[in-house]
Design a protein around this ligand. Structure first.
Ligand SMILES: C[S@@+](CC[C@H](N)C(=O)[O-])C[C@H]1O[C@@H](n2cnc3c(N)ncnc32)[C@H](O)[C@@H]1O
Length: 223
């Protein structure tokens, strides 16, 4: 792990990476909804006309799911190319182009019914993730829900971007959390756990050998 890389550099590397691979990524994932069960669980706890924030909205596959319902959906992502691809596929929709560490610039406390963050928080440096979890709790309404994924494991790394394989470009910052670490990260907050599933996936991670387990967690803010 390169310790001289700043938190900004790590996030900026991730942004550049997604700008670079956006077209290819969006071709594969722009409309491909996997883990439908997770979307359905999330929806179960939403009020009618819920305000949903999608953190790391990417090329818009989440939008394609929630758009069919009567929700106020807002995507947020810092990759301009991913946003352009999302609009090319789905047409324009509410989309904040910024780093999610700036979340509080856009949302007041107690103003969002549901936060959906699938395959995105693992790109946040650990200290930023800790701060983001506090911002998320703050902007969620009481009874609001938070769905997120994390990759189970120790440490962090600059990983190979799968789409840039064999080009020696190790720009993709990834954080991993042991279940104990995640439990500790969430300890300050009053959440009720509604749902959890784990999924084993192939991985290019050096520190997790050939596979990594993704945890999907759904929480409800109770006070
Ligand atoms: C693996 S993609 C997942 C996209 C989408 N959630 C999906 O499932 O298709 C990760 C996305 O998170 C975005 N992202 C990563 N770190 C971010 C940050 N700090 N602020 C905003 N977006 C970020 C990337 O630009 C990328 O679009």
């Amino acid at each position: 792990m390169e310790t001289n890389i700043t938190s900004f550099d790590k996030r900026n590397g991730v942004k550049k990476n997604y700008d670079l691979i956006a077209k290819q990524y969006s071709k594969d994932f722009g409309t491909f909804i996997e883990d439908l069960d997770v979307y359905e669980e999330f929806e179960k706890y939403l009020p009618p006309n819920a305000r949903i924030l999608d953190l790391g909205a990417g090329s818009g596959r989440t939008y394609s799911y929630f758009n069919k319902r009567n929700y106020e959906y807002i995507g947020l992502d810092f990759s301009k190319e991913m946003k352009d691809c999302a609009f090319a596929i789905h047409g324009e929709f509410p989309y904040i182009l910024d780093d999610m560490t700036n979340l509080k610039k856009y949302f007041n406390a107690n103003s969002v019914d549901g936060i959906f963050a699938v395959y995105s928080l693992f790109h946040l440096p650990k200290d930023d993730l800790k701060k983001l979890l506090s911002d998320i709790y703050d902007i969620l309404k009481v009874n609001g829900i938070f769905l997120f994924t994390y990759q189970i494991g120790p440490g962090e790394e600059m990983a190979d971007e799968p789409y840039l394989k064999n080009k020696g470009v190790k720009v993709l910052y990834m954080n991993y959390q042991t279940n104990e670490e995640m439990k500790n990260l969430l300890t300050p907050y009053s959440y009720k756990k509604l749902y959890r599933k784990e999924k084993i996936e192939t991985s290019d991670s050096a520190i997790n050998s050939n596979s990594v387990t993704t945890a999907f967690v759904l929480l409800k803010k109770i006070k």
